[in-house]
Design a protein around this ligand. Structure first.
Ligand code: PMP
Length: 474
């Protein structure tokens, strides 16, 4: 792969960490953060990035195994994307797509995305609705599926079925679709018309002696039970992440998605694939549904479409939905100021072009993805690791108190947070979700980069094991 990073900037601005931290604590309210607690410890100030690494204001180099927040897929410092943004800003920094107007980057990107989304069976993607984030896109989904059914004269079809521990964003709509208990508790969520079934998390929800195959079928069939309980005539759609990301990289058994497809087909319910994390190469294909064996009607995307260089999201609208909305006519009373933002769309085009030129998706599928799988599965030998597995460039492992008995750590040990602290301390970003440690590395990692990352992961697991023993957690 050709290096195309910016030449190093000779004189970097000197940053006074303490004063930035003081201003941060005085004025900046961070997402998903206890502001008081952060004020006491001081935020880590990230000042630059190059390739798969970021640097903090103290000069510490950190391997970013989370691609920022599952998004910097082509790595930091790609000058082509900066150039694309600059040129577009100079030419047309903004114009809206309301009132019968359009702009060239948005049109080109919509066409490109429809070209990349594979046709499956009789389904294809003909249109795109743009937003600026995953959350907004899922709000669009709620509006769009209800509008679709109303256009067909079935306005009682309003309910969307989702899953516990799923993540679909943080707006009122996104957080309601999601199944995060902590988010629901703050603010009377979910909103009416959204119900949840269990997640297909084998280590958590399997019955004694149940095979992964049977478990996948049983969990998918919860959807059918829920549809029958609610009445199919009231159910608009089912939404799920192909692989749950924020919930801890939960990879469903291979039997799960085809069974979900059978059920939605049987009852004529729309299927929404939330691919905010999984699309654009992370699983070794442009879109995830083609790998997992199902045919969604709507696909949520964001993050990787621009590799995080500009905020952009949207919904891929399959022909089943697009046809009805177009043929029935009438205005869809929904949209955002930044729908089809020309700069974000131009950055996305540059990102997709770069990925195609460098064969990023093929490399994940045929080379680095299988290699990561092999390396990550070897972690199962570690005394602290219960279940390490990956799919493409998403991987998760379970920290286990006793591998022989399958006993888990008590949540009050905070073992995941302890492991995360060792990672940060040793120059690695690895995320903790309860007792699971997860990674979603930049898709441009080479085999040598994967080796470097695995060394750091093992070192941090060793340190966590020592701490757990010292503190009597295991
Ligand atoms: N859906 C999924 C599957 C996500 O992982 C996320 C973000 N992690 C979102 C939606 C929300 O995206 P955003 O933060 O851009 O609103």
């Amino acid at each position: 792969m050709k290096p195309s990073f910016n030449p190093p900037v000779a004189e970097r601005r000197q940053i006074d960490t303490r004063s930035i931290q003081a201003l941060d604590s005085a004025h900046y309210m961070h997402p998903f953060t206890d502001t008081r607690e952060l004020g006491l410890r001081g935020a880590r100030v990230i000042v630059r990035g190059e390739g798969i690494y970021v640097w903090d204001s103290e000069g510490k180099k950190i391997l970013d195994a989370m691609s920022g927040l599952w998004c910097v897929n082509i790595g930091y410092g790609r000058s082509e994307l900066a150039q694309a943004a600059y040129m577009q800003m100079m030419e047309l920094p903004y114009y809206n797509s309301f009132f019968n107007t359009t702009n060239v980057p948005a049109v080109k990107l919509a066409a490109k995305l429809c070209e990349l989304a594979p046709r499956v069976g009789d389904r294809s993607f003909t249109h795109v609705f743009f937003s600026s984030s995953g959350s907004e896109s899922n709000d669009t989904n709620i509006r769009m599926v209800r509008h679709y059914w109303a256009s067909l004269g079935q306005s009682e079809r309003k309910i969307i079925i989702s899953r516990k521990n799923g993540y679909h964003g943080s707006t009122i709509g996104g957080a309601s679709l999601g199944g995060m208990q902590g988010m629901h508790e703050q603010g009377d969520l979910p909103i009416p018309g959204i119900v949840h079934i269990d997640q297909p998390y084998f280590s958590n929800n399997a019955l004694a002696g149940e095979s992964e195959h049977d478990f996948g079928l049983r969990l998918a069939r919860q959807l059918e039970e829920k549809i029958l309980e609610l009445g199919a005539h009231r159910v608009a759609a089912f939404i799920g992440e192909p692989i749950q990301g924020a919930g801890g990289v939960i990879i469903p058994p291979a039997s799960y998605w085809p069974e979900i497809q059978r059920i939605v087909d049987k009852y004529g319910i729309l299927l929404i694939s939330d691919e905010v994390i999984c699309a654009f190469g992370r699983l070794g294909s442009w879109f995830a549904y083609e790998q997992l064996g199902y045919k969604p009607d709507l696909v949520t995307f964001a993050k990787g479409v621009t590799s995080g260089y500009a905020p952009l999201g949207g919904v891929m609208v399959g022909d089943r939905v697009a046809k009805v909305l177009i043929e029935k006519g009438g205005e869809f009373n929904h949209g955002y100021t930044y729908s089809g933002h020309p700069v974000a769309c131009q950055v996305a085009l540059a990102n997709l072009e770069w990925m195609e030129r460098e064969h990023v998706v093929e490399r994940i599928k045929d080379d680095t993805g299988p290699y990561l799988s092999e390396c990550f599965a070897a972690l199962n030998e570690h005394p602290l690791v219960g279940d390490a597995r990956s799919y493409g460039f998403m991987a998760g492992l379970l920290l286990m108190k006793n591998k022989a008995t399958g006993e888990r750590f008590s949540p009050d040990t905070g073992v995941g947070m302890a492991c995360r602290a060792h990672c940060f301390g040793n120059g690695l970003v690895m995320r903790a979700v309860g007792d699971r440690m997860i990674i979603a590395p930049p898709l441009v990692m080479t085999r040598a980069d994967i080796d470097d990352m695995m060394k750091l992961i093992i070192q941090c697991l060793d340190l966590t094991l020592s701490e757990a023993k010292n503190k009597g957690w295991c």
